[in-house]
Ligand binder design. Sequence first.
Ligand code: SAM
Length: 246
Amino acid sequence: MNPVNTRSPASEEESVYARYANAALQTEQALCCPVEYNQEYLSIIPKEILEKDYGCGDPTPYLSPGDTVLDLGSGGGKICYIASQIVGPSGKVIGVDCNAEMLALARKYQQEVADQLGYSNVEFHSGLIQDLKLDLDLLNRELSAHPIDSQSRWLELRNLEERLRGESPLIQDDSIDCVISNCVLNLVRESDRSQLLQEVFRVLKRGGKAVISDIVCDESVPHHLRKDPALWSGCISGAYQEAAFL
Ligand SMILES: C[S@@+](CC[C@H](N)C(=O)[O-])C[C@H]1O[C@@H](n2cnc3c(N)ncnc32)[C@H](O)[C@@H]1O
């Protein structure tokens, strides 16, 4: 396994952020699972993206032409670029990830892929998948202009977050035909998981669907394994227990 960070992360979120920032820059074999994708869709996807495939399955066969698709935790963008070809020019694909390095990798080839396809229907946004109203690109712009240097600024920031959620939601209510995700939900901390599911229901159109490829287990994961940053960020100890979905 490659070294993932030089200091101990303080939380699950921090370990996930650091690990995927590194994995966007340098392939981390320990995060790669063998997945059989439809080869037809891979030829136009750049090698640098295919090498940073950290998925554990393929939710894309369930998509249809014309769908508006939301990919939760889009990483390097591979699933979005596959989805883009399936939904075609009348569809739309939105990738959301909270990791700046992963977003940079996904966005790097947007124009190149669009040129090869002859249309552009993919966009990548910075956000937390458990808080799909908050556009982190907008928040970052505000933070760069007005950094937090006092408690009163921090209180203002909390108000700003609420304003952004209300006035410029990243993903609108009832706007998505299909929510997909590939090996990401297990990385969301447990205290945010019910909000994550509420967000999926909020953004789906009536009659829409969610197709999730993820890691599950059939018994509860011991506390000490859940607290292990390498096992958590490696998509192992954050596994959902199957009964949780019944
Ligand atoms: C295991 S990788 C999977 C990436 C991609 N789905 C694929 O198939 O290659 C997990 C990705 O989810 C992102 N991620 C983890 N937790 C997230 C969260 N709470 N909100 C948004 N993105 C998150 C990470 O930054 C990383 O890019």
